[in-house]
Design a protein. Structure first.
Length: 397
């Protein structure tokens, strides 16, 4: 069976990460993604650092399975090609600053007149409205302005602020955009009409900070960095053992009891300072040093053996190599192999979306620049070889 989005066609003006991550999700589920790139160098991430045979790993990671068409969007004939392609697709995606698509001539109002059923998705730093709408943004800007940086990092006062270790500012916007596109496609099935999906990187970070914001709105408490620990439960963090770190989670009295028995600290089960989650939080400044000292009395393996025997919830702190080699990760096909004409066979991250009847299939790597231009022009728009040759000679494509 093909993926659940087989038959859905997406025209993508997206570059860098947020937009390509969105269309990658749609493509993994079977949608055809036609990626429009400039005729000179294409998506900037093609040439980012960390290359395999000259191709950026950044580009390879989020553009698998897509088709690439190169167009000189300053050329009137290229614009006509885009308008004709718009008639044939279900979705248009872009992640420019507001106003760019208007200058190109592909703004929503223009596009919807050509294809009233199209779902038009825009990802930008601050959205299409509001006082910041036309400001530029990058991942770090969104993380900082959205509150994420203020609650991330070491608990020690005076420690420098840190960003989340991956580009959650871009990727959250991409995920929300994919969700919005799917919802708009479902609604189109009822109304027969498309609509504009407007996703902001800042909005997406605010949405992900819901717990911290809810606490502030409800109590006035301004959240701060807490290192690895949870603000509402303890023990629920990383602890150092004699040789390597381990994550311990005991966020219920049942799990707390199991931990105490495993650790040989049964007296803590009835200790008036620690016997409930609320008391452990209230007395955290006294409790945590005792936990730290306790966890440093054994090796990681010794704790794992005890925790397994007593059904205590724990986890390792895996580095990226550990993750890639993890048997559960591999059993779920989260590392897959694809092929690229220049790079050859290489491994990339798979999709977390698993469907019982219409599974996702990641079989094709990222496209070479303009690799599908001729095929798209001939199969979708009916152009002949001579017409395509003339367009190439005139540097329209």
């Amino acid at each position: 069976m093909a993926g659940p989005l087989e038959g859905i066609n997406v025209l993508s003006f997206c570059t860098a990460l947020s937009g390509p991550f969105c269309t990658m999700i749609l493509g993994d589920m079977g949608a055809e993604i036609i990626k429009i790139e400039s005729i000179d160098e294409g998506d900037q991430t093609r040439y980012s650092s960390h290359k395999i045979n000259g191709v950026g790993t950044y580009f390879l990671s989020v553009n698998r399975g897509k088709k690439s068409i190169t167009l000189n969007l300053k050329d009137k004939r290229a614009k006509k090609i885009v308008f004709n392609l718009i008639k044939t697709v279900d979705v248009l995606t872009e992640n420019f600053r507001p106003g760019v698509m208007n200058r190109l001539g592909f703004d929503y109002e223009t596009v919807r007149k050509i294809n009233p059923r199209i779902v038009y998705a825009s990802i930008s730093g601050f959205g299409q409205t509001g006082p910041y709408a036309h400001k530029p943004a990058y991942d770090m800007i969104a993380q900082g302005m959205g509150g994420v940086v203020s609650i991330t990092g070491p608990e020690k006062p005076g420690s420098p602020h840190v960003r989340v270790g991956y580009s959650i500012g871009d990727m959250a916007a991409g995920m929300f955009a994919a969700t919005g596109i799917l919802a708009a496609l479902i609604e189109r099935g009822k109304s027969g009409e498309g609509q504009w999906v407007d996703v902001s990187m800042l909005d997406s970070q605010v949405a992900l900070c819901e717990n911290a914001i809810a606490r502030y709105l409800g109590t006035g408490e301004i959240s701060r960095p807490l290192g690895s620990r949870h603000p509402l439960s303890t023990p629920f963090q990383v602890y150092e053992t004699l040789d390597k770190p381990i994550i311990v989670v005991a966020n219920s009295e049942k799990l707390w009891g199991k931990f105490c028995k495993a650790a040989g600290k049964e007296e803590w089960i009835t200790d008036e300072r620690y016997k409930t989650k609320g008391l452990r939080l209230k007395n955290y400044q006294q409790f945590n040093p005792e936990m730290i000292a306790l966890m440093r009395t054994r090796t990681y393996k010794e704790w794992v053996d005890l925790f397994e025997a007593h059904e205590v919830m724990y986890a390792p702190v895996n580095n990226i190599e550990d993750v890639v080699k993890d048997p559960q990760v591999n059993a779920r096909q989260m590392i897959v192999e694809v092929e690229h004409p220049q790079v050859g066979k290489h491994k990339i991250v798979g999709t977390p979306l698993k469907f019982s009847r219409t599974p996702c299939k990641i079989e094709k790597g990222a496209p070479e620049l303009g690799a599908d231009t001729d095929d798209i022009l001939s199969s979708r728009l009916g152009l002949g070889e001579e017409e395509i040759r003339q367009l190439r000679e005139s540097k329209t494509i």
